[in-house]
Design a protein around this ligand. Structure first.
Ligand SMILES: [Zn+2]
Length: 222
């Protein structure tokens, strides 16, 4: 079991390679349900289903799938995992259009593998009933509708691809994968004011403790 914080599981077996890690998080809700954050590359449904089985979690108890953004390494297994769990699916309203490939996304990074229509369209500041209460923060830049999810009581930020752990330090996600670099800087400065103590990145990291100085150090360098 990879429980990196109480109730926060990092699903094993979804990394495409040792030097390109992808972190799919499975969160225990206060009741008997679970919340999944992002779904990995196409094919990751096998590792996600195996993880659920290994921990005796019924697929139908995964009540929500939250998407940080459209890129294929986050949405690749979305259709398969949504089919397996029958979970509600959440994305920012802008990103939801690109995840549905309507219109097709033509920015940097891989587009979704297939169109998918999420069931819940979020806007900045929306509350989500999962993991004891999450807040959606629209953090555009990496993609237009990129969204981070924050648990304010426990100060845990699921930052998607806003930040990037490169093994040595925390950075913004490299420019070649980013739609609008200056906008990503504005988003980073905004979430730095949250005072997150845990920064759960998607690539590299995560940083379960002591995230505040890391984020503030990065923001100062921008
Ligand atoms: Zn991305």
């Amino acid at each position: 079991m990879t429980e990196i914080l109480p109730g926060v599981h990092q699903v094993e077996g979804v990394d495409p390679s040792p030097d390109f890690s992808t972190h799919v998080y499975l969160l225990k809700d206060p009741g008997s349900t679970w919340t999944l954050v992002d779904t990995g590359l196409p094919g990751s449904e096998t590792a996600i289903a195996a993880y659920l089985k290994r921990h005796s979690i019924a697929p139908s108890s995964v009540a929500r799938i939250l998407l940080t953004h459209l890129h294929r390494d986050h949405t690749g297994a979305l259709a398969a995992v949504a089919g397996l769990t029958k979970a509600k699916t959440f994305a920012h309203w802008l990103e939801a259009a690109y995840i549905a490939c309507d219109p097709p996304y033509e920015g940097p990074g891989s587009p979704p593998a297939e169109p998918f229509h999420v069931t819940e369209r979020l806007k900045d500041g929306d509350s989500i009933d999962g993991f004891g209460g999450l807040v959606a923060y629209h953090t555009p830049g990496h993609t237009p509708g990129h969204t981070a999810y924050y648990q304010p009581d426990r100060k845990i930020l699921f930052s998607g691809d806003l930040f990037f752990g490169n093994g040595k330090e925390l950075t913004l996600t490299p420019k070649e994968y980013t739609h609008d670099g200056p906008t990503a800087i504005v988003s980073a400065r905004r979430v730095a004011t949250l005072g997150a103590e845990s920064l759960l990145t998607y690539h590299g990291g995560p940083f379960p403790k002591g995230a505040g100085p890391l984020v503030h150090g990065l923001v100062k360098r921008l």
